[in-house]
Each structure stands twice: as structure tokens, then as C-alpha cells.
Ligand binder design. Structure first.
Ligand code: FEO
Length: 174
């Protein structure tokens, strides 16, 4: 059984994952409207992943005798200045999520909730990957220095990465 304190902290994390999903969805829609389809596909996929992170938490809270609450979320911005701005936001958002997960892990140790501590290890690993991916994209965009031609290749790169990931999920890629 979860303590009220842990249940509340997990519900806050549910809210953060839900707002991440919504944020990336808004960015994906913006990129699609701009015709930057590789970036859009990447962000749609990322939004789906965040929704999965949220659902996994809701189900865990419920499994442990608590109640996973679906939150109300503030609308994210609809418009962005550039792809660089989008990825800067993604990186700072992911850094915030990592910090929040680390604080949750810390709370579990203080409360001696080793089951939740164990459950959260999946998120710790996931955040290392997500932060590193976000940082790679920010670095690439910085190297491009806002060049339009380079953005074409960046977009194609992300579209290719998305297609490869889809194939891997279906077990088709080597
Ligand atoms: Fe689920 Fe990227 O935070």
C-alpha cells in the first residue's frame, strides 16, 4: 500500500508526464503546419511516449492501492519561433523531468518505499536516454547555425530515425 505522501508525489509526476505529452503534441502540430514533417513525426512519437509514461504511473498507483488522477493541463503554446527553440524547450523540459524523478527516488528512500523505488528505476534509465537525445538534437541545430539547407537534412534525419524505430518495433530492422 502506498503512503499518502508517495501517492501524492506520484500524482504530481503523472501531471508532469501529461503536460510533457501535451507540450510535444503542440510542437508536433506546429512543425507539421510548417511542413517540417520529420520533426513533426519525431515529436508526435515523443508525445505518445510521454503518454505511455503517464499511463504506466497511473496503473502503478492503482495497483498499489492508491488512485492515479488524470490531471487538468494548461494549454501549451501553439506557436514557436523556430525548430531550435522547440528543441531548446524539449531539453529544458526533459532536464526538469529528470530532476523530478530524482526527487521522487529520494523521497522513496526517505519513506522506505523500496517497491516504488524499484519501479522508478525504469524512469531513471529512460530519462538518461531522453536527455541525451534532446541534447544531441540541440547540438546538431547549434552546429547548423540556423541554415535553411541544413534544416532540410536535419528534418530528413529525424524522419529516417522515426521510420527505423517503427521498423524495429515491428521487428523488421536489423
Ligand atoms: Fe517522461 Fe520525457 O519524461
Amino acid at each position: 500500500m502506498l503512503s499518502k505522501k508517495i501517492e501524492q508525489a506520484l500524482n504530481q509526476q503523472i501531471e508532469l508526464e501529461a503536460s510533457s505529452s501535451n507540450y510535444y503534441l503542440a510542437m508536433a502540430s506546429w512543425a507539421e503546419v510548417q511542413g517540417i514533417n520529420g520533426v513533426a513525426a519525431f515529436l508526435y512519437g515523443h508525445s505518445d511516449e510521454e503518454r505511455m509514461h503517464m499511463t504506466k504511473l497511473i496503473q502503478y498507483v492503482n495497483e498499489r492501492g492508491g488512485h492515479g488522477i488524470v490531471p487538468t493541463i494548461k494549454a501549451p503554446p501553439a506557436n514557436y519561433k523556430s525548430v531550435s527553440e522547440v528543441f531548446d524547450i524539449v531539453l529544458s523540459h526533459e532536464t526538469k523531468v529528470s530532476k523530478s524523478i530524482n526527487e521522487l527516488v529520494d523521497l522513496c528512500l526517505k519513506e522506505k518505499d523500496y517497491s516504488t523505488h524499484n519501479f522508478l528505476q525504469w524512469y531513471v534509465t529512460e530519462q538518461i536516454e531522453e536527455e541525451s537525445l534532446a541534447r544531441t538534437n540541440v547540438d546538431k541545430l547549434r552546429l547548423m547555425g540556423g541554415e535553411k539547407a541544413a534544416l532540410y537534412f536535419f528534418d530528413r534525419d529525424l524522419a529516417g530515425a522515426k521510420a527505423k524505430e517503427a521498423k524495429q518495433q515491428k521487428g523488421e530492422a536489423k
